[in-house]
Design a protein around this ligand. Structure first.
Ligand code: SF4
Length: 219
């Protein structure tokens, strides 16, 4: 029998390159600073299961692009998709990709859209902090001050969209956070176990590959 799981895994196999200190990612900065620090100092191979989940996210994003481009949806125009994002700060670069930039024709408003796939949209009552952070940074850096986090259910394509209010102060705080990360990495200082400290972030620890190191404060 053909092992289709293996075929998919081989198709998705990529050469993994360790992350470089000095290049940081908007999609990560809203999570636990200590976890990000470990991912630079003690890189791990991305598990095959996770690679498949990422690919599913890409596939869903392609679907959203088709929806936004559709002739039947004349109220919106897709201006950009997978827009490369790169900003330089003293000593480091922040690099990523903005999912979509759309134009809402009724009031000629540009909106950034960050698409996230999810197991179910039903329990989602608001956008996740790290997703808000990512979008807030994009809004701050691009000058497009309208943004939406769009969740799409992997099981049934139901969606939920959350408008995120731009805040200059929040944008500046996020850049400070990148600076904090850069200083901790270049000076070899382990950041505090951030996710453990905040109730709304503790769930991150359940999925953290570095939980053991973190428990021992291992640097
Ligand atoms: S276990 Fe929790 S606090 Fe520690 S690095 Fe992981 S996410 Fe951060």
């Amino acid at each position: 029998m053909i092992d289709f799981n293996r075929l998919i895994e081989k198709h998705l196999e990529r050469e993994s390159r360790p992350k470089q200190i000095g290049r940081y990612y908007p999609s990560e900065i809203g999570t636990c600073l200590r976890k990000i620090w470990y991912s630079y100092k003690h890189p791990m191979e991305t598990k095959a299961e996770l690679t498949k989940i990422f690919e599913l996210g890409n596939i869903l994003h392609e679907f959203v692009v088709d929806v936004l481009k559709s002739e039947k949806n004349k109220e919106v125009e897709l201006l950009e998709e997978e827009l490369p994002f790169q900003k330089s700060y003293p000593g480091f670069i922040v690099s990523g990709r903005i999912d979509d930039l759309i134009l809402l024709k009724e009031n000629n408003t540009k909106i950034l859209v960050e698409v996230k796939s999810t197991k179910s949209v039903l329990p989602i009552g608001e956008a996740q902090d790290s997703h808000k952070t990512q979008l807030q940074l994009y809004m701050h850096a691009t000058g497009v001050h309208k943004g939406i986090v769009l969740y799409v259910d992997k099981n049934n394509l139901q969606s939920k969209a959350f408008e995120i209010e731009y805040s200059k102060e929040e944008g500046e705080k996020i850049i400070e956070r990148f600076k904090q990360l850069h200083t901790a990495l270049t000076s070899d200082l382990l950041p505090t176990a951030e996710a453990k400290k905040f109730e709304n972030k503790q769930w991150l620890c359940r999925f953290c590959d570095y939980a053991e190191k973190c428990e021992k404060n291992e640097a």
